[in-house]
Every structure is written in C-alpha cells, then in structure tokens.
Design a protein around this ligand. Structure first.
Ligand code: ADP
Length: 337
C-alpha cells in the first residue's frame, strides 16, 4: 500500500478526499430547500475540520511529539507541556547547541588529559633513566671504584628526590581536583600563615643570600579562606622567588587593603620572566628554562597548584614581571574584621 508520509502525498490525499466529499454533497444538495443546503454546508465544514484535524494530528503533531519527547528526555529541564510547534523548534535548536558545546568540551578535556598523561610520563622518564644508568654503572664494577661509587649514588639519590617532588605535586593537584568543593573556608590569621611559610623557607633563602621581608599594610590580619591551602600558596610563591632570585636579592611578602578585600603580594627582584612566557606560566609542567628548573628540583607544577587554589577561592592569581628586574605575584582574599 502507498504510504502517505510526504507533504505532497498528504496534500493530494486531503484534496482528493475533500473534493470527492464536496462532489457528493453538491449532488445530494441539488434541488433541495435552503435549510437542507445550510445543513449540508455545516456538515461539509465539520467533516473538513475533522479531517484536517486528524491529518495534522496524525502526521505532524504525533510525530513531532515523539521527537520532542526524546529531546526532553535528554534535556531533563522543562516539563512537557502542551506542544507548541514554535517552541519545539526553539527547544530542539537549544538542545542541539547544548549538545554541540558539551561535545566540544569533552573533546577539549580528552585532549587535555592525553597531553597531561604524556607530560607526566615524559617528566618521570628522565629521572628513571638516569637512575637506571647510575645503577648499571655501579653494577658493572663502578661500585668498587671509590672515585665513582659515592658520586653516582648521590646522583641517583637526586633523581629519586626529583621523582618524589613530581609525585607529591601530582598528588596535591589530584586532591585539589577530586575535592573541588571541599575547601575548608574559615576566618584565619593570614599574617601568621605567611610568617610560618617564611620561617620554613628561611634556611633555603639564606643559602642564596636572599632576605625574606614581611609587612602587613592592611587594617587586619584576618581573612576568609582555607588556611592550609593558602599556606601552600605562600610556600610555592616564596620558594619560587628564592629559586629564581638573584644572589643577595630580596623577597617581599606584603598585604594591602582593597576595600572589603586584602591584596596579597609576593614580590622578588630576581631573574624576572619574559613577556611571551607570562601567559603560559600557570600551565602544568610549563617552565621558562627547563634545565634551570630541573637542576634546582622544580617540577613545573608549583604555579599550577597556586592557580588551582586561588581559583577555588573564586579569585584570580595575577603576575607582573620584567625580565632581569623581578616578578610580583598577587591575589586577593575577603577580609574579616
Ligand atoms: P617550577 O617547579 O619549575 O618552579 P612552577 O610552576 O613553580 O614550576 O613555575 C613555572 C615556571 O615559572 C618556572 O620554571 C620559572 O621558569 C617561572 N617562575 C616561577 N616563579 C618565578 C619567579 N618568581 N621569578 C622568575 N620566574 C619564575
């Protein structure tokens, strides 16, 4: 049987049906009184309306409804109310846009994940191969050579330390990503936290002849935030200022008032960062000078962790830097009186 499922077939089917019906009525109405003709006209009108209603409902409404129901099932937002064709068009379009956005995001995430795994294995490979080389040399007789054995063991140990640094930083990042919502936000004394970080890094700073200076120029010592995580931010920023500082230099940790917020700054007069690198600084594993960073035990993850933590506080981390002059990292936190 021929299927009535295209606009032209439906139109022909409807026209033939109405035309035949009109013919029959026309034939029957011949020579009838006005009242009977009026009755036939009314009958013609009612049957035509019913027929068109049936066709529209059966061929359009019912089918659109099925499509709409499927979209609705995926969207899960609005409730399925009376079907309005214009609405369906808009909702289908919105839904398609939403799906497209989601797919693009999934693709970006997937690329990002792949790149990240590639970077992790690359970063771990170097120290592992180094260790393997030193151990092999020792096994091949180096162990009995007093000129070599201690030197190679120390080098292997340095590579192990590097691997530990990387794994520890990766663990911090992974924890930050898993417990995204789990910041322990409380009122805390940020001056105390900054001083603790400075105390812990004092020895390291002394080795490079760098002095650590702290001043609170804000009206309070108290802010809202996750104390331990902000401590980590200070540790990473201050330790960078030492790693990339100049012999005899200075790192200043300063707090300022910014209306209801406190601006926190860690500034150094170290080697600085060239303009091209500034925008990539907070990417995982990005280093301006890979060799220098590795030499001093850097992982390339410190600033990514800082960014993560500051953003979890709904703030942004900023950096100003001039090559050979110095760098200033800053962010804000909400003050508490
Ligand atoms: P790393 O473990 O290499 O220090 P980070 O993520 O902490 O990794 O920093 C990324 C890169 O940014 C560093 O390798 C360094 O090139 C640059 N950098 C970070 N802090 C400073 C700073 N205070 N002065 C100059 N360069 C810096």
């Amino acid at each position: 049987m021929m299927k009535i499922n295209t606009p032209i077939k439906i139109a022909i089917f409807l026209s033939v049906f109405i035309f035949l019906f009109a013919l029959i009525l026309f034939y029957l109405a011949d020579n009838q009184s006005d009242n009977v003709i009026l009755f036939f006209l009314l009958l013609f009108f009612l049957i035509t309306v019913s027929l068109i209603y049936y066709v529209v409902k059966r061929f359009f409404h019912e089918k659109i409804k099925v499509v709409y129901k499927n979209i609705y099932k995926f969207k899960g937002t609005s409730r399925l109310q009376d079907l309005d064709v214009e609405n369906v068009e808009k909702e289908a379009e919105d839904w398609a846009n939403q799906q497209e956005k989601q797919m693009k995001k999934l693709q970006t995430d997937e690329n990002y994940r792949r790149e990240f795994i590639g970077n992790v294995s690359h970063e771990l490979k170097t120290p592992i191969f180094n260790i393997q080389g030193y151990v092999q040399t020792l096994l091949d007789g180096g162990i009995d050579d007093s000129d070599v054995n201690l030197k190679f063991l120390k080098r292997a140990n340095k590579s192990v330390e590097r691997m530990i640094n990387i794994v520890e930083d990766l663990e911090v990042i992974s924890k930050l990503e898993t417990d995204k919502e789990e910041l322990l936000v409380n009122k805390f004394d940020i001056s105390l936290v900054a001083r603790e970080a400075i105390d812990q890094l004092e020895m390291k700073a002394n080795k490079s002849n760098i002095s650590l200076v702290f001043s609170n120029e804000s009206s309070t010592d108290f802010v809202m935030g996750d104390r331990d995580k902000i401590q980590q931010v200070f540790m990473n920023l201050i330790s960078n200022s030492i790693k990339y500082g100049k012999d005899g230099g200075e790192t200043r940790v300063r707090f300022f008032d910014m209306e209801d917020n406190m601006m926190i700054e860690v500034a150094d007069n170290g080697i600085g960062i060239d303009e091209d690198s500034l925008s990539r600084l907070f990417e995982r594993f990005y280093r301006v000078d890979k060799n220098r960073s590795r030499e001093i035990g850097g992982t390339g993850l410190g600033l990514a962790i800082v960014k993560h933590i500051v953003e979890a506080h709904n703030q942004t981390i900023n950096v100003r830097s001039t090559k050979d002059v110095g760098s200033t990292f800053s962010f804000i936190l909400e003050k508490v009186k």
